[in-house]
Design a protein around this ligand. Structure first.
Ligand code: NAD
Length: 316
């Protein structure tokens, strides 16, 4: 298949490089100048696995304005939520009616923006349960052994078609362990709830996932946040993939067994003085609750705390 990855940061590179290595044609479009210039200058991106075996992978990378190829089957969007709107405007000259969209961005807000440019039947979104770090311009680390992690994905219409199945096959070949569901919102919200607990708390306390999970009161804290989030989702009519207890079990499994030493993504942003996606995670739950007259007070308080931490870092 032919792919264009829009947003060649940590995850865009992981998906694009592994799809390319599995035999697909892949182009990359990105707007962060030091990164794009570095990849053009060195003829590709330096890739490591758990910071070992550094090697150069050639990639075709373009700025949005210089990219004109409209012949691609799938556009893969991996941006931070707050970057998406601007990037869609900058890229719209190479969008057309035939292209499918795949995205596994964290949080919620991206789907509505993508729907302004693409038809519902072309949108496939999901969640990526794998960690990747952009170490700096032109340099990316794929955390975990080949085949580590997994992903869930669903069609916006909840009706998979031939292109969806072909895409799942390519993602399997590239070792992403895809799981195709027919529950669009439930699939996306499972990760929003997960992130609203572990991502947010680890970021606030600047700790690894296992450091949170090993605190004696962690289950109680997690369950309070899960309960609020699930109350909101149920009011909105979302059919969650997991029960509340299964969501807690999954938080404990990932934090203690699968990815104990990982600093979650909002921590990565905070540590680089970049804004976090908290408004699209805890903040999304707060807004969705308000729509139904429900106050998700703990999530609202946590969103404030993250903004306070961002504010303090900016002030220093
Ligand atoms: P990223 O920050 O690595 O890249 C996103 C965009 O930001 C790219 O265009 C990149 O070039 C640009 N960028 C990177 N550093 C920058 C800087 N210092 N200044 C300006 N621009 C910069 O983001 P990502 O980790 O690839 O995440 C993309 C989406 O996937 C997000 O929604 C994220 O939450 C989600 N996600 C990330 C991971 C992970 O482990 N990284 C895992 C699952 C989901």
């Amino acid at each position: 298949m032919k792919f264009t990855v829009v947003g060649a940061g940590a995850m865009g590179l992981r998906y694009g490089v592994l799809l390319q290595e599995a035999g697909n044609e892949v182009d990359f479009v990105d707007a962060w100048q030091p990164h794009v210039d570095k990849m053009k200058e060195q003829g590709g991106v330096y890739v490591t696995r758990d910071h070992e075996n550094e090697h150069l992978v050639p990639v075709n990378v373009y700025y949005p304005e210089e990219y004109t190829n409209q012949d691609q089957d799938v556009l893969v969007f991996f941006l931070k939520q707050m970057q998406l709107e601007d990037m869609l405007k900058r890229c719209k000259h190479f969008f057309n009616d035939k292209q499918y969209v795949l995205t596994c961005m964290n949080g919620m807000g991206h789907v509505e923006k993508l729907l302004q440019y693409f038809k519902p039947e072309k949108i496939i979104a999901g969640t990526a349960l794998v960690a990747t770090i952009l170490d700096g311009p032109g340099k990316v680390d794929f955390v975990g052994k080949p085949g580590a992690g997994s992903m869930n994905m669903a069609n916006y219409t909840e009706k998979p078609d031939d292109v969806t199945y072909k895409l799942v096959e390519e993602l399997k070949k590239a070792n992403f362990n895809p799981n195709l569901t027919t529950n669009f919102k439930g699939t996306l919200m499972a990760k929003v709830v997960f992130n609203s607990v572990v991502n947010t708390l680890c970021t606030l306390f600047e700790i690894k996932m296992v450091e949170y999970a090993s605190y004696a009161g962690a289950d109680e804290m997690s369950m309070q946040l899960i309960n609020e989030a699930y109350d909101v989702c149920e009011l909105d009519g979302i059919k969650m993939l997991n029960t509340r207890q299964e969501e807690l079990d999954s938080i404990n499994y990932v934090s203690k067994v699968a990815n104990p030493l990982h600093y979650p993504s909002m921590y990565q942003d905070m540590s680089k003085n970049r804004p976090t996606e908290v408004d699209y995670i805890n903040g999304y739950l707060v807004s969705l609750g308000k729509k139904h007259g429900y106050e998700a007070k703990t999530h609202e308080f946590l969103a404030h705390l993250v903004h306070l931490a961002e504010h303090n870092r900016q002030a220093k």
